[in-house]
Design a binder for this molecule. Structure first.
Ligand code: FE2
Ligand code: FE2
Length: 250
């Protein structure tokens, strides 16, 4: 039997399972409550402000480690690419503040953006940071590229659905507050195309790196799935409390 050695092929099943997860199926439905979606976007933006904060440093570290191991070309790519990830946490934090302000203009109970931003170092966010730390400090630091490929692929595949759903449910004024998702959907179409080419080229020159790359890619999907699930659970829990207290007042 001929074994397919391409990274893309080997990721197909895991990507399919990720996309078919009940977390996304339950979420991307026209029946979704508007207020719950808006609250989710606040939790999501606040969590993203912590999620992406150390990524530029991890990419730089991957670059240095690749140089140490003799992967000069990929090391240079990481060092060049790390600048692209600089400061994205500020977009997400600004979105959180703007979304809360917009909520407070129209909805009850009033929310405090600081509370969301102060509690954003969640278990799923820590797990994502740990994944980067394990990869860049381990024996296969080039796995950082697989993390990047999968995360940017999620931006490109799931980001537009989130924007359309938000537009459909909450209107254009709310969409204008979602700069983090919008900018990533736009930029990551290009980034992802380049990253996939770089990965393919790297594997063709270093075939023994394929399995560690696939392992890193699959772990990334698992960790991101946990992150999405956690955002939804935190949202539903808070939404349940809001609904219960407004019923109590009636
Ligand atoms: Fe980013
Ligand atoms: Fe990107």
């Amino acid at each position: 039997m001929k074994v397919d050695l391409s990274y893309e092929r080997q990721m197909q099943e895991a990507r399919r399972a990720f996309a078919a997860s009940s977390v996304f199926k339950e979420f991307f439905t026209p029946l979704l409550d508007r207020k719950l979606l808006e609250l989710f976007l606040i939790y999501f933006s606040a969590a993203k402000a912590c999620f992406v904060e150390p990524i530029a440093d991890y990419v730089k570290r991957a670059g240095d480690r690749c140089h140490e191991l003799g992967y000069e070309e990929l090391g240079n790519y990481f060092l060049h690419h790390s600048d692209e990830e600089e400061g994205h946490e500020l977009w997400a934090a600004d979105d959180t503040r703007r979304l809360v302000e917009f909520w407070n203009q129209r909805r009850e109970p009033k929310l405090d953006a600081k509370e969301f931003l102060d509690s954003n170092r969640t278990p799923a966010v820590k797990r994502y940071h740990q994944l980067h730390a394990d990869i860049v400090n381990g024996g296969a630091p080039y796995g950082e590229l697989a993390i990047d490929v999968e995360i940017e692929r999620i931006s490109v595949k799931v980001g537009p659905s989130l924007l359309f759903l938000s537009l459909f449910k909450l209107g254009p004024r709310l969409i204008s507050q979602l700069s983090f998702v919008r900018k990533h959907v736009q930029a990551d179409i290009f980034h992802n195309t380049v990253n996939v080419k770089v990965l393919k080229n790297f594997v063709s020159k270093n075939p023994d790196t394929l399995n560690p790359l696939v392992d890193a890619g699959k772990l990334t999907l698992d960790v991101y799935h946990g992150f999405a699930k956690e955002c939804l659970e935190r949202t539903r829990e808070r939404f349940g409390l809001m609904t219960a207290s407004s019923r109590g007042k009636g």
